[in-house]
Design a protein around this ligand. Structure first.
Ligand SMILES: [Zn+2]
Ligand SMILES: [Zn+2]
Length: 721
């Protein structure tokens, strides 16, 4: 008789053994359906010798139900899934789930029914129906997807279908994707680009694990260089994966890709409709999708012929997943490349200290692009001392910056104001009684959004209409906004330059690749004078007529105070500065700060990146912080505060004593309450050589806590909230 060991998609369960019925053929990696109680679950067959499970007699085994007609998950991907689960202390099933799509895509259906608005307004137009139709607009998707977009229940959408306001539409999902042509639009590379491209092409041709750090100043043409490596992968009939930190960046990427290769790559991100997702997954799994550009989740997809991985903007903290399996896509990308025996390119204008260190010790090969492409110069940078040159009361833009904006308007050139804060104001309070609007679920202020006339919590998404009166003292029109968000800066710009054409660019306004495309088109057509944006505009875009960048509050990122605060500020301001003067015209950058003598500001203004990094790296080395030491955070949370603190203390008391490993806490997390759960943190700090994960596994594995308590381990944490 034949047995199979299977990881089923249920994070609470370990591997299970099944009988393989007569006539069914499975091998490690086969995607199967297995019975579990009365239910059936998708799973993957695994090598039995690699997974421990309770021995079950042959006579007690149940039959596997089905094996899908799909290529089995290849061995390198299986090793990656094991490694990720082991390193990040996550259940194997939770990692496996990231490699598999919803069951629909496994079936290989040729078409799928989606829904879209007909334009017909139903006779009975309830507020819910009106809201749903307005939000859905021209979008299309499954009933459940439209319900989420519309913020209503499935029932409301079904009612709209019955009323003729939404109609079903058959979508074919096995249309082939076009194959990118490696010689469609060959680039003109300068000497340093050509040299880097040559090295990368050779690495792809060699087909071995080789990590590269592609370190080039903003505007130096890193994309053009790694495109040559992609071209080589296409020529060799291999697949290439490009990871981008956010989907808003997909749009400018697609344009450049299409110009170089004659068609779009296959996108993979959370904004895809179900039909697009199914089509993409199948094309990836069968090898038909040649180049995939995606968010971090595309890293676990089952590419059968992977030849290259590129991580663009590799320094970005958004590659770190903060929920579920808390992995860092940059680090997992390097591991996948190693299992697959392919090169991996980390591209950045401001590489993370961790990556720079790997290059320094020779683990990564470093390719440098020191100059801007086409002879464009880096912009001039200057600090504006907000104490010396303060804005008028109630305003946020200093006279020096206002003057520069005015000059740019006169010259018909575009400007960008950067402030990494969505909404109108970060805090709203009552001037009569001092009441402050706090989120009922989180330790966070409600942020005013004037566009939508709402207060919103940026941590849990809780929203409420902006009230007329103070909920505490009932005084009307007593609420005042404190501090600026981008919407408030936009107001100030309107007041200063009533004729200037402006746009606010945040995740509230640019929430899809289509919106990003619209923004790019308007910028290129010269329909916008001043952009006011969050970190969403700091990278990826190339607007030749944008010559002025104003950083509204350079001190903002430093207030967090975690070990990467200064580094992150430096990267962000460098990146946004890189938007200025990318064409023939010279660019300049004005940085508003209350502390012009701070090391970050000094380094930015003088352009001394090397000095800044050296000092930051020394400080980390001295403190034994990453990459010279290791951190892991343990967050204990519960809706019941007493239960949370008791469990956290119990875990703290049981902390093991190991050489070169210290456990701090528990302490209330800076976000002491999040989504209605009280949170306490412990921080593990260890020397590099300490097997931190094994220690934590043994430590927590011996403990139990009440059902309502959640204990989340974050290995190599980036968020300290
Ligand atoms: Zn009040
Ligand atoms: Zn909240």
């Amino acid at each position: 008789m034949s047995r199979a060991r299977v990881i089923v998609l249920n994070a609470a369960l370990g591997p299970l053994d099944y009988r393989v019925p007569q006539g069914m053929v499975v091998e490690p990696g086969s995607i199967v359906v297995a019975p579990l109680g009365p239910r059936q679950l998708v799973g993957a067959v695994w090598e039995p010798e690699r997974l421990q499970t309770e021995e079950v007699g042959d006579n007690r085994l149940r039959n596997l139900v089905h094996v899908y007609d799909l290529p089995p998950l290849a061995a390198p991907l299986r090793r990656l899934i094991e490694w990720t689960a082991d390193y990040y202390l996550a259940p194997l099933a939770a990692v496996l789930r990231m490699a598999l799509p919803s069951s629909g895509a496994l079936d290989g259906a040729r078409s799928i029914t989606e829904y879209r608005a007909t334009g017909h307004v139903p006779e009975r137009l309830t507020p819910q129906r009106a809201q749903a139709l307005e939000r859905i607009g021209e979008r299309q998707g499954l009933v459940a997807e439209l319900a989420i977009i519309g913020g209503v229940s499935d029932g409301v959408i079904r009612g709209l279908v019955k009323a003729g306001a939404i109609e079903p539409i058959e979508v074919t999902i096995d249309d082939p994707f076009p194959v990118p042509k490696p010689d469609h639009g060959p680039p003109a590379l300068d000497a340093s680009q050509a040299e880097a491209a040559g090295a990368l092409r050779a690495a792809v041709a060699a087909g071995e694990f080789a990590p590269y750090l592609l370190d080039g100043v903003t505007g130096s043409g890193k994309t053009e260089v790694y495109f040559e490596a992609i071209a080589e992968a296409i020529r060799a009939d291999k697949q290439a994966l490009v990871l981008l930190p956010e989907i808003a960046l997909t749009e400018p990427f697609l344009k450049r890709f299409a110009a170089r290769f004659g068609c779009d790559p296959v996108p993979w991100h959370s904004g895809l409709r179900q039909s697009q997702r199914r089509r993409a997954w199948r094309a990836i799994a069968t090898g038909e999708a040649r180049v995939v550009v995606g968010a971090r989740s595309s890293l676990f997809l089952p590419y059968p012929r992977l030849g290259l991985i590129v991580v663009d903007e590799a320094h970005e903290a958004s590659f770190k997943q903060e929920e579920g399996v808390q992995y860092h896509a940059r680090d997992v990308a390097v591991m996948r490349a190693s299992f697959e025996q392919v090169p991996v390119i980390l591209a950045s204008a401001t590489p993370a200290i961790e990556s720079r260190y790997m290059a320094e010790i020779g683990t990564y090969a470093e390719l440098k692009l020191p100059d801007r492409y086409g002879g464009a110069r880096l912009p001039d940078m200057a600090a504006i001392d907000m104490l010396q040159d303060p804005p008028p009361r109630g305003r946020w833009l200093a006279p020096g910056l206002v003057e520069a904006l005015e000059e740019n308007l006169t010259n018909g050139e575009q400007s960008l104001l950067f402030l990494n804060r969505r909404g109108y104001a970060p805090l709203t309070l009552c001037r009569h009684c001092g009441y402050r609007f706090q989120c009922p679920n989180c330790t966070a202020w409600m942020v005013e959004h004037r566009f939508t006339r709402r207060l919103a919590c940026h941590h849990c998404g809780h929203v409420m209409p902006s009230p007329k009166a103070c909920p505490e003292c009932k005084e009307e029109d007593s609420l005042v906004a404190c501090g600026p968000g981008v919407e408030r800066i936009a107001d100030e710009v309107h007041a200063l330059f009533p004729d200037a054409r402006t746009i606010v660019v945040t995740s509230d306004t640019i929430w899809s690749p289509a919106k990003a495309a619209e923004f790019v088109a308007r910028m290129e057509a010269g329909e916008i004078d001043i952009v006011i944006g969050t970190q969403l505009v700091t990278k990826g875009y190339h607007f030749p007529n944008l010559t002025l960048v104003g950083v509204v509050d350079a001190d903002l990122g430093l207030s967090g105070g975690d070990l990467r605060a200064a580094e992150r500020s430096f990267q962000q301001i460098r990146q946004v500065s890189g938007r200025a003067g990318r064409g023939g015209k010279h660019g300049r950058v004005l940085v508003q700060t209350h502390d012009p003598s701070a090391r970050v500001i000094q380094a930015l203004v003088s352009g001394d990146a090397e000095g800044f990094y050296a000092a930051e790296t020394d400080a980390r080395r001295e403190a034994g912080m990453p990459p010279f030491g290791r951190l892991a955070a343990i967050v204990v949370s519960s809706e019941d505060q007493a239960e949370a603190i008791e469990s956290a203390r119990m875990i703290g008391r049981a902390a093991p004593a190991h050489d070169n490993m210290a456990v701090f806490g528990p302490a209330p997390a800076p976000l002491a309450m999040l989504r209605g759960r009280h949170r306490y943190r412990l921080l593990v700090h260890a020397a590099r050589a300490v097997p931190v994960q094994d220690n934590i596994r043994d430590w927590l594995g011996a403990l139990t806590w009440p059902r309502g308590v959640r204990v989340a381990v974050d290995v190599d944490p980036y968020s300290f909230l």
